[in-house]
Design a protein around this ligand. Sequence first.
Ligand code: SAH
Length: 488
Amino acid sequence: MSDKKGIVYLVGIGPGSEGLLAPDAALAIESADTIVGYTGYLEMIASRLVGKRALGRELGEETARGELAIEIAERGGIVAVVSSGDAGIYGMAGVVQEVAAKRRSEVEIVVIPGVTAACSAAARLGAPLAHDWASISLSDLLTPWDVITKRVQAAARADFVIALYNPTSKTRAHRFAAIVELLLRWRSPETPVGLVENAYRPGENIAIVRLGDLLTAHVTMFTIVIVGSSKTFVDRSRMITPRIYAAKTIETLDDEAEPIERPAAIERDDPVDPRVRRSEVGDSILARSFELIDAELGVRPRDPAERAILRRTIHASADFDYVHNIRFGPGAIEAAVRGLRAGGTILVDVEMLRAGIRSDWAGELGVEIACGLNHPACLELARTKGLTRTAAGIRLALERAGAGTIVAIGNAPTAIQELIRMVQEGFPPPACAIGVPVGFVGVEEAKQQLSMQRYFPYLTSAGRKGGTAVVAAIVNALLEIARDGADP
Ligand code: SAH
């Protein structure tokens, strides 16, 4: 090793045009005596290579290229390793620094950022990356295929805009087809997809297609594919993702899709006489189920009201985890029963919950069941306040409800948060809130918030489990206790 200090510049040269190569990148290349990079990239900057040693190794020998660069610098050379776009994004910056770390090399390394393909393509398309986006390379040379598909699914599910680098090559066109199929599982075929081939280079090609047509579109290894989110739209050949994620629809991932308009015919109460609704066979199956549940429950829990609620919860879910997961806030059962006996309203987050509640028992107590979700003002309120529709529905219904209200939420964690916010703002608190939504996004957090607040009594569960059927079971157990007259 010589005493002369070498240096390795890791240089992103941008998409390919002169104007998008940063002045610092140009300086680094100029000061280098050796340039290392994929031949295709070296051709892009051929005019800057005059008088320098250019080592254009072929693609796929990335580690070898990295080792070569470090070795030359260790001998005192000034080396620029060039990548297209940004050197740190599916480029050489990672490889070279990995090699340096492994060798414990003391060579100086300087990274110079470049305009990555996602940014170049986004500029050509309009503003598809104006909100949260994920970048995934579909190249399975360095990443196992199942890792790639998992990531695509996760990003699609979370409603990210997705930039797909290395979308395809001659050897793996079928894999791109599999990816498109995966995307279609989570996203509408109408979703706009931007295709930019050779951005800012000769042969540039820009197209916007529907996700449903992506398989037949022209996609090559020089294309970057930008798949829109559920919010992305196209206006006069421009692909735009709104900067403001109105109505926070991410959270509606855990809301059951409800039709926005409901036919007036099912708006009215069921005209069937509640007394003829039940069959003896049905009753005996229920009784047998309760016996089996009781046997499996053993002595836990001892409190009869808690046990009645747990029994119905397990009956609705066949899940004994609730023995540990259910959380009865202090005085919650008493408060709910008091509210129901006073003829308070049960306010539900979705119509499906209303359908699961025993309207005959509620009727006997003079208890009404209300849902604000399909109120004519709900959508507008959701839009103007940036709420989910269920949260707006809870707000609307609570504004109209009186004392003794029981709030029941089986579906939308955002409705729990809205309820707490309203009470913090000064709304009279409900008699009790039963918040046991099911799901993955924001659900555990919302339940935790419910059990941490001290404004009103609550009933909830720990973890992800819950849902409309479970909340209906809890409400029915409370109605039964209230109706039967025994003190909880
Ligand atoms: N380091 C590069 C990415 C290298 S991976 C960067 O930051 O941009 C190679 C992939 O990048 C290609 O398969 C293609 O999907 C994308 N890509 C790179 N340059 C591009 C360009 N000018 N136009 C379109 N896509 C490009």
